[in-house]
Design a protein around this ligand. Structure first.
Ligand SMILES: [Zn+2]
Length: 131
């Protein structure tokens, strides 16, 4: 199957083709089964709606701006992108340090040697008192 999601443009074009074809058939030709053509028309309109929906979701996900537009906005506001990147890396480092500090250390059970968190009172394997 496709790994890459379909371009909304494809949905839009397919929708236009299907709805235009079915609309034409409904209006200008005598078809014995009109409900089928109506169904096609709705499918076509659905595709067009889907295209707009996808475009909208993509727009929201990208924060309303394309990457080069974001860089341009950063340039205009006087904050260089590199400084922001550095700040972000600093934040990541601080977070990692905090996590390291909060992580419980490991103690081995004196009876069976199983590794337990130092916050435990008893070994989780044999139940031997750890402290
Ligand atoms: Zn044990």
């Amino acid at each position: 199957m496709h790994n890459k999601p379909l371009d909304p443009k494809v949905h839009f074009i397919v929708g236009i083709l299907i709805s235009a074809f079915s609309a034409y058939t409904l209006l200008f030709t005598e078809v014995p089964n009109k409900s089928v053509m109506q169904l096609f028309l709705y499918i076509g309109l659905g595709f067009i709606a889907l295209a707009f929906l996808k475009k909208g979701i993509r727009y929201i996900r990208e924060g309303g701006l394309k990457k080069d537009e974001r860089e341009l906005a950063a340039k205009i506001s006087g904050v260089p992108q590199a400084a922001k990147e550095e700040e972000y890396q600093d934040q990541l480092k601080r977070q990692a340090q905090l996590q390291e500090r909060n992580r419980p250390s490991i103690v081995a059970c004196q009876l069976c040697g199983t590794r337990n968190y130092s916050t435990s009172n008893y070994c989780h394997m044999c139940g031997y008192k750890l402290r």
